[in-house]
Ligand binder design. Structure first.
Ligand SMILES: *[C@@H]1O[C@H](CO)[C@@H](O)[C@H](O)[C@H]1NC(C)=O
Ligand SMILES: *[C@@H]1O[C@H](CO)[C@@H](O)[C@H](O)[C@H]1NC(C)=O
Ligand SMILES: *[C@@H]1O[C@H](CO)[C@@H](O)[C@H](O)[C@H]1NC(C)=O
Ligand SMILES: *[C@@H]1O[C@H](CO)[C@@H](O)[C@H](O)[C@H]1NC(C)=O
Ligand SMILES: *[C@@H]1O[C@H](CO)[C@@H](O)[C@H](O)[C@H]1NC(C)=O
Ligand SMILES: *[C@@H]1O[C@H](CO)[C@@H](O)[C@H](O)[C@H]1NC(C)=O
Ligand SMILES: *[C@@H]1O[C@H](CO)[C@@H](O)[C@H](O)[C@H]1NC(C)=O
Ligand SMILES: *[C@@H]1O[C@H](CO)[C@@H](O)[C@H](O)[C@H]1NC(C)=O
Ligand SMILES: *[C@@H]1O[C@H](CO)[C@@H](O)[C@H](O)[C@H]1NC(C)=O
Ligand SMILES: *[C@@H]1O[C@H](CO)[C@@H](O)[C@H](O)[C@H]1NC(C)=O
Ligand SMILES: *[C@@H]1O[C@H](CO)[C@@H](O)[C@H](O)[C@H]1NC(C)=O
Ligand SMILES: *[C@@H]1O[C@H](CO)[C@@H](O)[C@H](O)[C@H]1NC(C)=O
Length: 832
């Protein structure tokens, strides 16, 4: 018994002592924070003092000032426990510094005390704001660095060559550093490098070196830089690569066959370069691939799609927009990868590939610009019924559906693009989940009222079809998400629907070129977010819809060529059109004086700022796609109507031409300082041309012709530096024609029909060229960018004399920048 107790007692004592030892041990261990070295401590404090702490200058919403805990008062031993600091336990040297998202704001240079931390192994300065400093040359002194992360930190300038001295570097992250100049090639050859990301530095140039020895590089990302030149064959020596991302660079030449050395590659992403030649055979070795995107290059030749269909792990394959001809022999019976995303645009496919029959996991199927003809095969309705979210078949030659179902079967469908050119007859309706439904540019003549069931729809594009009948009354309020309603160029007649819901989504209504009648319904003013209302070329009747002036976002209002009449009522305080930039009332029966005070409210037109290259678009977004609707307008100039497919955000236009306005041109127009184009052609304006128009310094085009204006041409107009189109012909003007840079370029026709005008160019011989020829030369430099539809009009409204497709580049510096080649029809884009 005693023995037993004794043992128990001894055992308890042993346990007690053991736990005591353990406690002491942990206490001593934890208190044994390595001692901070005095010089490094003061280097850290000095570094901290070089910056302002400003979290609003950071690009990371979760940023917080780590250095706030770095205080000199506290005992120096604590520096190793400071937030973001880590020391070597034995030596006390700082070896890791993670100051990412620390709200540091200010400049950094090679004198920074940071470079006294010579034992540093990891340095992360991502997501601070170094106020456009260069990456300091001195980083190259930190010879033990294995990890360097400077991403998203508002650096600027060249990459210092000294980085190539960091021979232990395994990770280098220079994402979004505003780098430019030449990237030091030697960095690619650093022997320990495993992760290299230099992405999103658009002005950074450089080329790849020869990789003469094998390398441990696993992640290699140059996305969004200007690296150029060929991919060397020796790239095959990067045989450890998992991720190769050269998206949106400037590489050219062919894809080296040595890529097949990358047996561990999972991610091959090289779209938007200018790669040429054929795609080498890759499938034998690249069995791990899950993602391949080679779209938007100049790859050509026959491509055996089967090479990719043999890679079982492949789930994303994007080959669009090359010059490839895809062939596939594989039958649907073989076991194939189950794709998630398949984008085979302009691949010369003649028919829907058979292997699609057994694809059950597809989410995104995009096959535009192929040669599909005839009917969409009925077996396609069985493809990925549960999963498919986008089907894009634009620009094919399909005429309809085999065994047309009334409602299409894919229950998760969000995007359906069937702007295929030839679709005719009645149209099946996509399922209720659909958000984007594009069937423009077809020959569709009938649309089921079931369209009103699409209560998730945000973009409906029925433009350029043969749709007739009245607009279904539901159109104004069938979906609370509707953002774009595009009905252009059909044969709809009857009234515009009366009910427009109080919607916070609707941004675009375009019903131009139909036969719509009746008045504009006042409930349109319910659409509080409306930006673009285009009802031109219809038969709408009514007075000026001043009540639209309450719409806080309305930017574009086009009533061109309808039956509107009466005076423009003067503003009541609430109807101010605060965002209006483009107003086109041309070719109606408006009359009376221009209400000058009205212009004082049009605040958006007063700003003469920002020459930014932003277009007016309405963007509809899904989880992983977006669709842009670019606002377009047609503008008549010198009897030529030009359709601008995209317009810049700041573009500002008043077109009141061909009405019956009378009285004086209001002096107050001068307050609309942002105006680029002023067209008062063909009215009954009298009095003088106000000299205040000389203050509209942005003006590029002014047409006051065919009025009853008298007096002189104010010499102030000669100071309008951007004025490149000017017409005061057929008035009662007198006196000398002013001189000035721009004025000397105007031709006879700008001034003719004014008996009292004299001076150049009227005294010159009649040497005028037709406008088109004189303009073509100017346009040649940018002829690829321009693809305008030009309609030659007579002077009467709607009297279309002929249609020309051509490159009539006017004159206007502003519009030259504002128009890009249209992508007709528009596309939905997959986000990466
Ligand atoms: C950032 O740079 C600007 C322009 O060089 C300068 O005016 C400003 O003072 C700098 N801010 C800081 C915090 O260094
Ligand atoms: C760095 O310090 C040296 C000496 O202290 C000074 O001459 C030099 O101008 C400094 N360089 C920068 C970029 O501040
Ligand atoms: C660099 O730092 C940022 C912010 O901490 C982080 O998101 C990113 O993944 C880091 N890069 C690497 C390669 O670790
Ligand atoms: C980098 O190494 C080169 C020699 O390879 C040397 O001349 C240069 O001074 C070094 N730069 C730095 C910053 O250490
Ligand atoms: C790849 O590296 C080896 C040495 O490891 C070298 O002999 C070979 O020439 C390199 N390959 C190419 C294509 O440069
Ligand atoms: C392929 O990689 C091996 C090492 O993994 C290397 O020896 C060979 O040279 C590489 N081939 C090419 C063409 O680069
Ligand atoms: C596959 O990889 C091995 C080793 O990496 C290489 O020797 C072979 O040449 C590669 N095959 C092809 C078809 O490139
Ligand atoms: C696929 O398999 C079915 C039956 O299993 C067979 O009838 C058909 O001929 C096969 N198709 C092809 C193209 O091999
Ligand atoms: C679709 O699949 C079902 C069952 O899997 C089958 O009965 C039907 O015939 C298929 N339809 C088409 C058009 O292939
Ligand atoms: C369309 O909606 C109506 C009422 O909202 C409903 O009765 C009808 O079943 C729907 N039709 C389809 C095909 O979903
Ligand atoms: C103008 O707005 C005010 C308040 O926003 C409102 O009380 C008033 O009734 C409005 N006037 C008109 C004519 O709509
Ligand atoms: C232009 O504006 C300035 C100041 O706003 C004014 O002094 C001047 O008279 C105006 N010029 C004309 C031609 O109206």
């Amino acid at each position: 018994m005693t023995d037993k107790y004794l043992y128990q007692f001894m055992f308890m004592r042993f346990l007690f002592l053991l736990s005591l030892v353990l406690v002491l041990l942990t206490v001593s261990l934890s208190s044994q924070q390595p001692l901070c070295r005095e010089d490094e401590r003061s280097a850290l404090l000095q570094f901290k003092d070089g910056f302002i702490i400003d979290c609003s200058a950071s690009f990371d919403t979760f940023a917080y000032p780590k250095v706030a805990s770095w205080t000199p008062e506290k005992e120096h031993s604590e520096c190793c426990s400071w937030d973001g600091v880590e020391c070597n336990e034995d030596t006390g040297h700082v070896i890791r510094l993670d100051l990412s998202s620390s709200c540091l704001y200010g400049s950094i240079n090679s004198n920074t005390s940071l470079f006294h931390l010579l034992q540093l192994q990891r340095l992360n300065l991502a997501f601070n704001n170094f106020n456009h400093s260069q990456i300091p040359f001195g980083v190259g002194h930190l010879s033990t660095l294995t990890y360097l992360n400077l991403s998203n930190s508002m650096f600027w300038g060249q990459v210092p060559k000294s980085l190539a001295n960091l021979s232990s570097l395994a990770t280098l992250d220079l994402l979004k550093c505003w780098l430019h100049g030449e990237f030091p090639t030697k960095i690619f050859l650093l022997p320990s490098l495993r992760f290299l990301r230099v992405a999103y530095n658009q002005d950074l140039i450089g080329h790849l070196p020869e990789f003469y020895s094998s390398s441990s590089l696993q992640v290699f990302t140059l996305e969004g830089t200007s690296f150029y030149g060929k991919l060397p064959t020796s790239i095959g020596n990067l045989s450890s690569l998992h991720v190769l991302n050269f998206r949106n660079c400037h590489f050219s030449g062919s894809i080296p066959a040595s890529l097949s050395n990358f047996t561990q590659l999972t991610y091959l992403d090289m779209p938007e370069n200018t790669l040429t030649g054929h795609i080498p055979s890759l499938s034998a070795n690249l069995t791990q691939l899950t993602f391949v995107d080679l779209s938007y290059n100049k790859l050509s030749g026959m491509l055996e799609l089967d090479m990719f269909l043999k890679i079982k792990s492949l789930s994303v394959l994007v080959l669009s927009s090359n010059y490839l001809t895809l062939l596939t022999r594989i039958s649907s019976n073989d076991t194939l990868p189950q794709f998630h995303t398949l984008t085979l645009g302009s691949c010369n496919l003649q028919e829907f590939p058979d292997f699609l029959r057994n694809q059950n996991k597809l989410s995104w199927l995009e096959l535009p610009d192929n040669n599909f003809q005839g009917l969409i095969p009925k077996w396609l309705y069985n493809t990925s019924i549960e999963t498919l979210r986008a089907i894009i078949l634009s620009s094919n030659f399909l005429i309809g559906f085999e065994q047309s179902p009334i409602v299409l079967p894919w229950s998760k469908l969000e995007v359906l693009s069937l702007d295929v050119k030839m679709l005719q007859g009645a149209l099946p309706i996509p399922p209720a989940s659909t958000k984007i439904f594009q069937v423009g540019w077809n020959k569709v003549s009938e649309i089921s009222p079931l369209i009103c069931n699409l209560s998730s729809l945000s973009e409906l594009d029925l433009s350029h079809n043969n749709l007739r009948g009245i607009l279904h009354p539901c159109l104004g309020n069938f979906s609370p998400f509707l953002s774009v309603l595009e009905l252009r160029s059909n044969n709809f007649h009857g009234n515009i629907p009366k009910t427009w819901a109080n919607s916070s989504s609707l941004r675009v209504i375009d019903s131009t070129q139909n036969q719509l009648e009746g008045p504009l319904p006042r409930s349109l003013a319910n659409s509080a977010m409306l930006e673009y209302l285009h009802v031109g070329n219809n038969k709408i009747i009514g007075t000026f819809p001043f009540w639209l002036g309450t719409l806080p976002q309305l930017k574009v209002l086009v009533l061109h060529s309808n039956g509107f009449y009466g005076a423009i009522r003067s503003s009541e305080s609430n109807y101010t059109f605060p965002k209006l930039r483009i107003i086109d009332l041309s070719c109606n029966n408006f009359s009376g004086h221009l209400p000058a005070e009205y212009f004082l409210h049009w605040t958006a037109m007063k700003a003469a700022d920002a020459n930014q290259l932003k277009y007016m678009i309405a963007r509809t977004t899904g989880d992983w796609w977006y669709s842009d609707f670019a606002y377009s307008i047609a503008i008549a100039n010198k009897g030529i109507e030009i359709e601008y497919q995209k317009i810049q955000d700041v573009f500002t236009v008043i077109d009141f031409s061909s009405n019956r306005f009378e009285g004086e041109i209001p002096y107050l127009l001068e307050s609309l300082k942002g105006l680029h184009l002023l067209n008062l052609f063909n009215n009954a304006f009298t009095g003088h041309i106000p000299s205040s128009l000389g203050n509209l310094t942005q003006l590029e085009s002014m047409d006051l012709s065919r009025n009853k204006l008298s007096g002189i041409i104010p010499p102030q107009l000669a100071e309008l530096n951007f004025l490149s189109s000017f017409n005061v012909s057929n008035n009662r003007l007198t006196g000398p024609i002013p001189h000035g840079e721009q004025f000397d370029t105007f031709e006879n026709s700008s001034f003719s029909g004014n008996l009292g005008l004299y001076g150049k160019p009227l005294s010159k011989q009649c040497d005028t060229l037709p406008p088109s020829t004189s303009e073509e030369n100017q346009g040649s430099e940018s002829s690829l960018e321009f693809d305008w539809k030009v309609v030659v009009m007579g002077y009467g409204c709607g009297l279309v004399v002929g249609a020309v497709i051509g490159k009539f580049v006017t004159i206007r510096k502003f519009m030259r920048a504002s128009v890009k080649r249209q992508q007709t029809p528009r596309r939905v884009n997959r986000r990466m």
